[in-house]
Design a binder for this molecule. Structure first.
Ligand code: SME
Length: 151
């Protein structure tokens, strides 16, 4: 399936040591947004130093003003505290949600762990209602594990 085919491409980007880490992260966002039809916004947030907040590192998709997200706020901020995947089939059903674009119908956020510590996350928005399956979760966990190796 498509997601399996993307894994070697992710690895190729990760091991490209001649490029700075943020450029490799951007290339992963580009690859995912361009390759998977139901991935319409793809970005990486990381813990902002010692602060209890997330900072947007890089993304592909519509412009967002939400470059800083306090822990606990929105889907992203909740994942910063829960350390667990968060799959949202319908964003309009969420009380604690930060809207970036009215086009977005669903969201998935998967944490990135380095030495067991939740250091950030990949955030994917979809303009398709309820598009995410277990396959997306497993694939994005793979992406996060790969990313953890270069942080
Ligand atoms: N929707 C997210 C905010 C980030 S944007 O999707 C880019 C949230 O509720 O945390």
């Amino acid at each position: 399936m498509l997601l399996e085919k993307l894994k070697p491409e992710i690895k190729t980007i990760i091991i490209d040591v001649n490029k700075p880490v943020n450029e490799r992260l951007f290339r992963i966002c580009e690859l995912l947004e361009a390759s998977v039809l139901h991935y319409n916004w793809v970005g990486f947030y990381f813990k902002n130093g010692d602060k209890e907040e997330l900072k947007l590192e890089t993304y592909v998709g519509e412009h967002t003003d939400h470059t800083i997200i306090p822990f606990g706020k929105g889907i992203c901020g909740q994942v910063a505290l829960s350390n667990e995947n968060f799959v949202v089939p319908d964003v309009s059903a969420q009380d604690n949600y930060i809207a970036c674009s009215i086009a977005v119908k669903a969201e998935i956020v998967i944490p990135v762990f380095v030495n067991g510590e939740n250091v950030g996350q990949i955030d994917v928005d979809s303009n398709t209602p309820d598009p995410f399956t277990e396959a997306d979760e497993r694939f994005l966990e793979f992406v996060c594990q790969q990313v953890a190796t270069i942080l």
